[in-house]
Design a binder for this molecule. Structure first.
Ligand SMILES: *[C@@H]1O[C@H](CO)[C@@H](O)[C@H](O)[C@H]1NC(C)=O
Ligand SMILES: *[C@@H]1O[C@H](CO)[C@@H](O)[C@H](O)[C@H]1NC(C)=O
Ligand SMILES: *[C@@H]1O[C@H](CO)[C@@H](O)[C@H](O)[C@H]1NC(C)=O
Ligand SMILES: *[C@@H]1O[C@H](CO)[C@@H](O)[C@H](O)[C@H]1NC(C)=O
Ligand SMILES: *[C@@H]1O[C@H](CO)[C@@H](O)[C@H](O)[C@H]1NC(C)=O
Ligand SMILES: *[C@@H]1O[C@H](CO)[C@@H](O)[C@H](O)[C@H]1NC(C)=O
Ligand SMILES: *[C@@H]1O[C@H](CO)[C@@H](O)[C@H](O)[C@H]1NC(C)=O
Ligand SMILES: *[C@@H]1O[C@H](CO)[C@@H](O)[C@H](O)[C@H]1NC(C)=O
Ligand SMILES: *[C@@H]1O[C@H](CO)[C@@H](O)[C@H](O)[C@H]1NC(C)=O
Ligand SMILES: *[C@@H]1O[C@H](CO)[C@@H](O)[C@H](O)[C@H]1NC(C)=O
Length: 636
């Protein structure tokens, strides 16, 4: 399939160097955000991914779209497992529970989100049970063959007419060979009244990032932290919108005790628990020092239904309530609710996006006519310091509103969009809220949207093409609020869309940082506070670059990518005011070939070469960039 080269053979060889001279002043201030991350409940990326819960289908949540099932659960010792809506449910949010019936030692086992990682560490568990029982429960982690890695007895406090939560911990003393493991919960049916007990909200967490209860998976947060994202756009794009108006993401049903979160039919083919809700997103931002870019529901669902103008006020008020919940003082109704849930200190929200991709599915007319203006006016009036962002750039923006541009495309088209923002008005900032090369260059010169399984992982040619486009954005970093790859995470055991920035399965040792992850990290690690004008004796292409400085470290920065060249390109680079003998760090990324990918449990194919180079005569730095490479030079 990938036999032939995706590039045709090339151009002239470079007899003389490309000269780039960078001025010492006259550039523009850039935004601080630049490179960020995006959360979209696609690909079990939150549920079964970032969110560290190990038990899949922990509370048998269901909907008319995805009815409750016993998925991921199996019987132990021939137990009968029966879903029921009892007249005495755990909560109105969690009406369905599991009745487990048997003789003698009986129970159920959960296979996790396609596996459970078992290693010597503390696991924190809990479950609710209803029914009179005087014995012990046994909670354990076991291999598929029944090897017990950890087991604990939990004395029953169970009662006939009241749901009682039981808590326990497990400490395996060895690491399992693989993740084909189960969580097993048993009891002695002979000591119950009628051989059965009812269970709900059965949960097990490994240690989480920052040890937050109900927190996030450490390895995935680590991979994100190393990338250094400056912002987080959440709670997604299509995930926010929902398939129907009723199916929209409702912030107020994702907060508070887990037993009061009903969950929701996601846009992406499964019911979620809403365990990772609004507060967890904010804690995630806190933990990684990311600026939240909060998306509020904009009155439009994926089936094309738009809220009529006469009813939009209800949803605008809902967005204002959400902002009050996050930012209001504890004297306000929703600020008080936030405090009740453990966060008396208000958070800061500086960016709010209204809806997602409202230029699609016939949404643009109502968006321009009344939906965006209604949200924009209400939010700007109450919170003048908030930058409100429209979910498209296909419109005339009011006053200081910004826009959001998304693109999924083939490498060649990313490169030809290098100058896309050069002539944009500076009056309205733009977020590049979803950006990714998803397919190889092809005869259609674009993407085939029939199936959203594009390449499984980002590939090197695509990453270099993204670099070219990002350089175009950096040159316009006074206009561009920030850029994020999308979607960001995928659980390879259940995904709707590939490629993503980071891929994973149930084994944290196999988490894969893509080729594009290496690009974003390199560009993030060399943040420009100001662009600087430059001149060159040759046009952009196949060498593309952006020039600027970091005024905190007083260093000059050159970021570059070479696309579509089979020749190494010699470069003579000088910065006004930087003389002979000055030192710089040069980092060059390359890969073995243009289709090389970083896959789960594979080696990292991105080669990172770093060296110190010294400026020669007239302060010129001389170096070469190979074809399909990305580089950053930063002076000391
Ligand atoms: C650095 O640049 C930023 C924005 O480009 C500006 O706000 C800041 O004042 C500058 N700081 C210094 C020390 O020049
Ligand atoms: C529980 O109630 C829901 C909502 O009425 C219904 O859709 C579902 O089928 C019921 N489940 C069971 C197991 O009775
Ligand atoms: C229950 O477990 C405790 C240890 O936690 C043990 O002492 C006790 O004997 C057990 N009871 C039964 C009925 O097995
Ligand atoms: C997982 O490890 C167990 C124990 O070593 C082994 O029996 C089983 O075959 C392994 N499963 C897979 C899928 O490799
Ligand atoms: C959440 O807010 C919606 C309005 O968007 C309302 O209809 C719903 O009843 C609220 N849910 C809860 C649990 O308060
Ligand atoms: C949005 O604008 C782009 C050009 O920036 C254009 O290609 C596209 O067709 C427009 N979409 C709509 C729905 O107007
Ligand atoms: C790359 O080179 C090929 C062959 O010369 C050409 O068809 C293609 O348009 C080039 N792509 C870009 C983005 O320059
Ligand atoms: C931007 O404007 C300049 C000057 O008018 C023009 O030469 C250039 O082609 C324009 N670039 C784009 C991408 O439209
Ligand atoms: C698009 O993808 C579908 C499904 O893989 C395939 O059947 C179709 O031929 C593709 N279209 C083109 C133009 O390649
Ligand atoms: C600064 O921004 C202006 C537009 O406001 C643009 O024309 C100019 O090229 C930018 N300068 C640099 C060095 O990016």
């Amino acid at each position: 399939m990938l036999a032939q080269s995706l590039l045709l053979p090339l151009l002239a060889s470079y007899a003389t160097a490309v000269k780039v001279s960078v001025a010492g002043s006259g550039g523009n201030a850039t935004t601080n955000l630049q490179y960020g991350a995006m959360e979209e409940e696609i690909n079990h990326c939150g549920e079964g991914g970032l969110y560290a819960e190990l038990i899949r289908n922990r509370a048998f949540q269901g909907s008319s779209t995805f009815p409750s099932t016993v998925d991921a659960w199996g019987a132990v010792n021939g137990a009968g497992l029966l879903l029921q809506n009892l007249t005495n449910p755990l909560s109105s949010a969690l009406p369905t529970s599991l009745q487990v019936q048997g003789e003698g030692i009986t129970g159920m086992a959960n296979s996790g989100f396609w596996g459970i990682d078992v290693r010597p560490q503390k696991y924190t568990g809990s479950f609710y049970v209803l029914g009179s029982y005087a014995g012990n429960f046994t909670a354990s982690l076991q291999s598929a063959n029944g090897e017990v890695f950890a087991s604990t007895e939990v004395a029953s406090e169970s009662r006939a007419d009241e749901w009682v939560q039981h808590k326990f911990t497990l400490h395996p003393n060895k690491k399992a060979d693989n993740t084909s493991n189960h969580f097993v919960l048993t009891f002695d049916a002979s000591q119950t009244e009628c051989g059965a007990l009812d269970f709900n909200l059965i949960s097990l967490f490994p240690p989480t990032w920052n040890d937050r209860p109900n927190g996030m998976r450490r390895d995935l947060m680590q991979a994100l932290q190393e990338l250094g994202p400056k912002f987080l756009r959440f709670p997604g794009g299509n995930n926010l919108e929902g398939q129907t108006i009723e199916g929209r993401w409702k912030w107020n049903e994702t907060i508070g005790p887990l037993k009061d979160r009903p969950g929701r039919a996601t846009t992406w083919g499964y019911e979620e628990t809403s365990g990772m809700g609004l507060v967890e997103y904010m804690e995630w931002c806190d933990d990684l020092e990311m600026e939240p870019i909060l998306a509020v529901w904009g009155g439009f669902a994926l089936n094309g239904d738009a809220v009529p103008e006469s009813e939009i006020g209800f949803y605008v008020q809902d967005a204002l309530d959400e902002l009050e919940f996050l930012t209001g003082s504890t004297d306000t109704k929703f600020g008080a609710l936030r405090a009740k849930y453990g966060h008396p200190e208000p958070w800061k929200i500086r960016y709010v996006e209204v809806g997602n991709e409202d230029n699609l599915n016939g949404g643009l007319d109502s968006y321009k006519a009344y939906r965006f203006p209604a949200f924009y006016n209400a939010i700007s009036e109450k919170y003048p310091e908030i930058q409100v962002i429209a979910s498209t750039i296909n419109m005339t923006f009011p006053a200081n509103a910004g826009g959001d541009y998304h693109t999924y495309d083939i490498p060649d088209n990313f490169v030809s969009n290098f100058n896309k923002f050069d002539n944009y008005t500076r009056e309205h900032p733009i977020l590049l809220g979803e950006i990714a090369v998803t397919e190889f260059n092809n005869a259609q010169h674009g993407i085939n949207w029939t199936d959203k399984h594009f390449t499984l992982y980002p590939f090197w040619l695509g990453t270099v093409a993204e670099a070219v486009f990002l350089l175009g954005a950096e040159r316009n970093a006074d206009l561009i609020i920030g850029t994020t790859y999308a979607p960001f995470f995928e659980n390879l055991d259940s995904y709707e869309w590939s490629p993503t920035m980071i891929s994973f399965n149930s084994n944290p040792d196999q988490t894969s940082k893509s080729t594009s992850w290496h690009l974003y990290k390199l560009f993030n690690d060399h943040h420009m506070t100001n662009t600087l004008p430059s001149t060159s004796d040759s046009d952009f292409g196949p060498l593309y670059y952006a020039t600027g400085m970091n005024n905190k470290t007083n260093s000059y920065i050159f970021k570059a990518a070479v696309y579509n060249s089979t020749e190494e390109i010699p470069i003579s680079l000088s910065f006004e005011g930087v003389g002979r003998g000055a030192m710089a760090d040069l980092t060059i990324l390359t890969a073995p070939n243009e289709v090389a990918m970083n896959g789960v449990d594979g080696a990292n194919i991105v080669q990172t070469q770093t060296k110190k180079i010294k400026a020669g005569k007239q302060g010129v730095f001389e170096f070469k960039m190979p074809s399909l490479s990305v580089a950053v030079l930063e002076t000391k």
